[in-house]
Write a protein that binds this ligand. Sequence first.
Ligand SMILES: Nc1nc2c(ncn2[C@@H]2O[C@H](COP(=O)(O)OP(=O)(O)O)[C@@H](O)[C@H]2O)c(=O)[nH]1
Ligand SMILES: [Mg+2]
Length: 220
Amino acid sequence: MKVQVLREILEFNNDLAAKNRSGFDEKHVFVLNIMSSPGAGKTTFLERTLKDEFLKDYRIGIIVGDIQTTLDAEKLEAYNVQIVQINTGVPCHLDGKMINNACKDLELDKIDILFIENVGNLVCPAEFRVGEHHKVVLLSVCEGDDKPLKYPLMFHESSLFIITKIDMLPYTDFDMEKVKQNALQINNRTDIINVSAKTGEGIKEWADWVKARRKDVFGS
Ligand SMILES: Nc1nc2c(ncn2[C@@H]2O[C@H](COP(=O)(O)OP(=O)(O)O)[C@@H](O)[C@H]2O)c(=O)[nH]1
Ligand SMILES: [Mg+2]
């Protein structure tokens, strides 16, 4: 019975996500769903992405999901972007309905790339589509190179794996080769980029990835 209920919830969500996706496609909004555990560096990474301006030719929108507070949205507000904060209250992930509602507060006609910062959690966000073109998973070098094996769904579902805080590598026993092998064992099609939002390393490579994937979908 439990299994049936869960299947219905996921099917209902998938229908809404598909509707969101048609709306995004119609308006040529390229959407990335950015997921990680709490504190892996999602907000700082988005901030650095905006600051470094490799995507300055694109109009950016951001939806930030958190259980509580508007702290992340406040950090990102300094940049010239449309931004909406969702507070889920209890749920540990964003879903199709929340994104549908948040989009009512955005002028989608004026957005080329929409970043969705999901709620910090390495499990639930991977189960709920929101209408994104790609999922992106972040893992920091402070969290352990075994995480792709322990949380396989998130790594399996993501088109891009970003290893964050690589400036912290000297202070950890994180094995870069091992984490890449582990991620590729779960998903051999994933792209992998090393990033430090502190030094800016990898931010251009990430921006180039975004541009290339957007081109795959919309041709420009
Ligand atoms: N050294 C270092 N610290 C970082 C980096 N990215 C984020 N942080 C720090 O990690 C903490 C959590 O970052 P935040 O962006 O809030 O993570 P989020 O919860 O995934 O959005 C903050 O104290 C950031 O300053 C990085 O690339 N290098
Ligand atoms: Mg955040």
